[in-house]
Write a protein that binds this ligand. Structure first.
Ligand code: NDP
Length: 277
């Protein structure tokens, strides 16, 4: 191992599809940082061992993706505020014999919406579809931007109710009306920003959303990237502005890069590069 070089990885299962090695290589090149970043496939029951092995190999940090974000939270000895609230970790930092857990998904989403897509969230009515790790990981960052309303919906509505109960106090602090509506009862032409944080696009399953929820003045954002999903197609059919989640992916990576190197990389060139590929 080169003593001056720093070593990083992304751990997941599966992991072959991950764009993180390309993104971090581009950031490192631009910032002239000597580092390596590899994709590591962890067996489903060996996440902790995989991380500990990388620590003994003098890695500085890792990103964590499906299905290990909760395990990464449990493994970390200290947590950032975002990770603590989400109870999920996508970035680990190994420093001073500690494992520090961060969650950069929320910052990534908000930066993509506000800086890349120029959609400010303050005073807006937002609909968040889904109640899995991705949805839970971004709620606090959205509340911080003080939308007037954040509506949660999900196939299993009990999960949305549980998140609402957990986040109620934060929503009150930021003066946001945080509510839950069943997917079949969503009002038509009402929301300014509609975010799909479900995994339906991965399997092309039907979300069961009435396309009148979309309209010409709203942004429909699918966290999924790499293909035009049926969510995006339906939104386009109603004249909505749309975006996939590639920008979020690059922005969450940029925040992890900042945590590890204290350098803020340029994200737009990397988003453009990945779009071309
Ligand atoms: P989880 O497995 O934790 O959650 C899955 C969610 O999808 C749940 O709300 C689940 O509903 C819902 N869902 C699954 N199948 C269906 C279906 N057939 N009909 C309706 N709802 C369904 O996944 P994550 O939250 O971690 O990830 C969600 C998505 O976000 C993925 O596509 C992932 O790729 C993407 N993502 C993108 C990121 C980016 O940087 N762009 C970062 C993180 C995630 P139920 O509760 O009822 O099961």
């Amino acid at each position: 191992m080169n003593e001056l070089k720093k070593y990083f990885a992304v751990i997941g299962n599966p992991i072959h599809h991950s764009l993180s090695p390309q993104i971090h290589a581009a950031f490192a090149k631009e910032s002239e940082i000597d580092m390596s970043y590899e994709a590591v496939l962890s067996p489903l029951d060996q996440f902790q061992d995989t991380v500990k092995k990388l620590i003994t190999q003098k890695f500085t940090g890792v990103n964590v993706t499906l299905p290990f974000k909760k395990e990464a939270y449990a493994l970390a000895s200290t947590h950032s505020n975002q990770a603590k609230i989400a109870e999920a970790v996508n970035t680990l930092e190994f420093k001073d014999n500690q494992i520090i857990g961060h969650n950069t998904d929320g910052i990534g989403l908000v930066r993509d919406l506000e800086q890349n897509l120029h959609v400010k969230l303050a005073n807006q009515k937002i609909l968040l579809i889904g109640a899995g790790g991705a949805a839970e990981g971004v709620i606090y960052s959205m509340l911080e931007k003080e939308p007037s309303e954040l509506t949660l919906t999900n196939r299993t509505i009990e999960k949305s109710n549980a998140i609402q109960n957990k986040m109620h106090a934060y929503a009150k602090n930021f003066n946001v009306n945080l509510n839950v509506i069943e997917i079949q009862k969503l009002p038509h032409h009402y929301f300014d920003v509609i975010i799909n944080a479900t995994s339906t696009s991965l399997i092309d399953a039907d979300l069961g959303i009435d396309n009148k929820v979309f309209h010409a003045k709203c942004l429909a954002y699918d966290m999924m990237y790499g293909k035009e999903t049926s969510f995006i197609k339906e939104a386009k059919s109603q004249g909505s502005k749309t975006s996939d989640g590639l920008g979020m992916l690059v922005e969450q990576a940029a925040e992890a890069f900042f945590i590890w190197h204290q350098v803020k990389p340029q994200t737009k060139p990397v988003i453009n590069l990945l779009r071309k590929v």
